[in-house]
Ligand binder design. Structure first.
Ligand code: DQA
Length: 145
């Protein structure tokens, strides 16, 4: 069983980007922690990051029959209809993760076009949200059988 950990635009800068919102943990460290948790839970975690919406769509398609996807779409969550359609089109459950509490921030971050088609949503838990996301997506996968 394989889970995709997918990160969208600007998340390659985790650790140095706006640490008050996103903390000081790097993406490499997040990927290491989630991979380690996956090992404990008996799943392989494949990690990917892209700044381009089209590449994120391609990654979702490639994972369509995998156990699940833990996905931080970054700002695309707020307006990325192609990503919403990709999440909706694939069989694998997708849990959306936002590091920051988007509801405590600018109003344009209060909307997610991807959340309505996601199997779960985690926000405001810092990078720990990715570990919650992995646990949640595996639960969803088990429910779907
Ligand atoms: C984010 C929240 C988005 O609004 C923002 O554009 C990001 C990061 C988060 O993880 O909190 O890039 O997805």
């Amino acid at each position: 069983r394989t889970v995709l950990l997918l990160n969208g635009p600007n998340l390659n800068l985790l650790g140095t980007r706006d640490p008050r919102q996103y903390g000081t943990t790097t993406l490499a460290e997040v990927e290491r922690r989630v991979t380690e948790l996956g090992r404990e839970l008996g799943v392989e975690v494949v990690c990917a990051q892209s700044n381009s919406e089209g590449e994120l769509v391609d990654r979702l398609h490639a994972a369509r029959h995998w156990a699940g996807v833990v996905f931080n779409p970054g700002a695309y969550a707020h307006y990325g209809i192609a990503l919403r359609d990709a999440i909706d089109a694939i069989e694998a459950p997708v849990v959306e993760v936002h590091i920051s509490n988007v509801y405590a921030r600018e109003e344009f971050r209060h909307t997610s076009v991807t959340a309505p088609v996601a199997a779960g949503y985690v926000a405001g838990c810092g990078v720990f949200g990715y570990e919650l996301g992995l646990r949640a997506v595996l639960r969803r996968a088990a429910e779907r059988g």
